[in-house]
Design a protein around this ligand. Structure first.
Ligand code: PEP
Ligand code: MN
Length: 258
């Protein structure tokens, strides 16, 4: 599958952007900065799955309009979450890749409906899903004839509280050993801590991930959601430089161990 000229699964993909779409100005500014830093796609939630109904739920359709404006401005393909089968048409009209969040990994009605469209689906691993359950969830989409599923490891629930989740990097080569689907890693939700995003990004690339999904906000302390884990555009630029040079080295004869 090709998104924005990148063959996902072959070309390493950097997906970056805010947790949630907040304002048009901020979204476009972030899009420009992450593009300059080397991002290949822009992420941002218009529909946000929040633990509490009192928390910011996203801008909905207005958020989709802002994402479309950011794409028109920068040319970056859009990755955004679809939470409800009733929103698929509207989300697909704006998104190049439709994200299914962890909380919906086993929403089989939603997955079946996504099997009927012809746009890539980024399927996040459920927070307590085994590899077998994750791959079975992907089959609900694939069985509908939509062959473009990207798996995304975003950390699983364990006893550890020092990080938001526990990043399961071993699952990257383990999934690749049994499935042809591309596997990317989200170090932002996996750790919940901005300072851990760079080391886990490098570790994910070293583990063979096909790409990264990283939350970036121009002023993380003021973000409407996920404040602690979003990196600044400057930090993202440093992460992108380090990761892309590691990826290039891994592809070189020396890095490949040839
Ligand atoms: C997100 O990507 O913004 C998100 C809500 O992620 P997850 O479903 O992994 O919690
Ligand atoms: Mn988030």
């Amino acid at each position: 599958m090709t998104v924005g000229g990148r063959a996902v699964g072959r070309d390493f993909v950097l997906i970056a952007g805010p947790c949630a779409v907040e304002t048009e100005e901020r979204t476009i500014r972030t899009a420009r900065l992450v593009k300059e830093a080397g991002a290949h796609m822009l992420r941002g939630g218009a529909y946000k799955p929040r633990a509490s109904p009192r928390d910011f739920q996203g801008l909905g359709e207005e958020g989709l309009r802002i994402l479309a404006a950011a794409k028109a401005e920068t040319g970056l393909p859009i990755v955004t979450e679809v939470m409800d089968a009733r929103h698929i048409e509207a989300v697909a009209a704006c998104a190049d890749v439709l994200q299914v969040g962890s909380r919906n990994m086993q929403n089989f009605t939603l997955l079946r409906e996504l099997g009927r469209i012809r746009k890539p689906v980024l399927l996040k691993r459920g927070m307590s899903a085994t590899l077998a359950e994750w791959l079975s969830a992907a089959e609900y989409v694939l069985d509908g004839g939509n062959e473009d599923v990207i798996l995304c490891e975003r950390g699983i629930r364990t006893f550890e509280t020092a990080t938001r989740n526990t990043l399961d990097l071993a699952i990257v080569p383990a999934a690749m050993a049994v499935s042809p689907l591309p596997v990317i890693v989200d170090p932002s939700h996996a750790t919940g801590r901005a300072a851990l995003v760079k080391p886990m990004s490098l570790a994910a690339a070293a583990a063979g991930a096909d790409g990264l999904l990283i939350e970036v906000h121009p002023d993380p302390a003021l973000a409407a959601s996920d404040r602690g884990q979003q990196v600044t555009p400057e930090e993202f630029a440093a992460i992108a430089r380090a990761v892309l040079s590691l990826v290039a080295w891994l592809a070189s004869p020396e890095g490949a161990g040839a």
